[in-house]
Design a protein around this ligand. Sequence first.
Ligand code: HEM
Length: 407
Amino acid sequence: MTVAGPRELPFDLTDDRFIADPYPGLSALREAAPLVYDERLGRWFVTRHADVRACLRDKRLGRNFRHVGSDAEFHAEPLNPSWAEFWASERWSLLWLEPPEHTRIRKLVAAAFTPRAVESMRDPATRLARTLLENLGEEFDLLYDYAQPYSITLICELLGVPTDRHRDLLDWSHAIVKMYEFDTTEAQAVAANDAAREFRTYVLGLIEERRADPHDDMVSGLVQARVDGERLSDDEIVSTVVVLLNAGHEATVNTIGNGFRALSAHPDEWRRLVSGEVSAAQAIEELIRWDPPLQLFERWVLEDDVEIAGAPVPRGEKLALLFGSANRDPRVFADSDRLDIARANAAEHIGFGGGIHVCIGAPLARIELAASLEALAELCPTLHLVEQPERVPAFVIRGFESVRVAR
Ligand code: HEM
């Protein structure tokens, strides 16, 4: 294979020093080459905005390959049977499906995420954000005490999942998402598998309850739905509910943490928000652009003769799309390292993906994030960090362990 530019990543994605501030390294890489093959990781890294965006929309690429080829053809390790519970919970997740299965289930989920249903969450989101803040003391953890209960309550409400188990839902989700990192340890995989088993048992119970006694909610909707006369199987419903619950809060919570950390390092920007010069709805686009909570998504090359960023990439290869790098691409964003919450084209960020897997929760996330930031700016105008927050030691899902703040 002939590839221009570096033959490997000039940094280690799992190094805590890199994770602390990956942007100088990502920028240098992006300016050196649009595409870099890393032999150790066996992946092609795509660095620039236009190419990442094109990959997301390219139907010759897929999140999965098992609908068109074998593990051997795609040089992939077979799924490790030790983590069977985890794979079972993911088997029907929208994130791992490709057409036609993806089209069938996405259509059903989209029917529940109508603009009206999502818009109806705006007032409850604002009320909840204010109530949470009113009940917190002078000092609190922005993630544990505010963003987590806020986000999990709203997604549970939309789905019709009771909130009495919300700490379990958060624990299961945190354990499961460790499987998406580059350096998942055996202990983390065991924990993810156990979490998937418990999560599945819980959702199966919920399905039984809603089957016997349907409510006006999304779980009941999935239980009763028919596509071409066929009902969804329990496995399909479990994966759908799990992906919605997990995706429905992980990135939102981390955006609140990453976003406030960014604002506290740029007090002038925080003041523009507090004074009302810039709306929270506008600011969140720049916060997602500047420090996105999801840094990397992968695609398999499913066909022959695919060119990525001008270079041929053979069928069976794996691409890693660097969202955080694309979001700082100066070809799209002027003075791209600068945080400017009124940036006119901030919403061109890649944060919500694109193409058939584009975030189905993006309209909800935007409402939630704007309401939560607005409440913070209004009720806690002098909010500040009590200590420098510590990063979760993970590259793909970017967030903090905790964000201690005082008002
Ligand atoms: C700031 C918050 C969020 C961010 C940054 C985000 C980002 C993303 C991205 C980048 C993808 C595409 C992955 C890919 O192309 O491989 C995605 C997919 C998805 N997101 Fe989000 N998301 C957020 C919030 C939400 C919320 C609130 C929900 C649910 C209510 C949600 C549900 C989903 C689902 C179900 C998918 C899979 C869609 C599919 O594969 O068809 N997300 N999200």
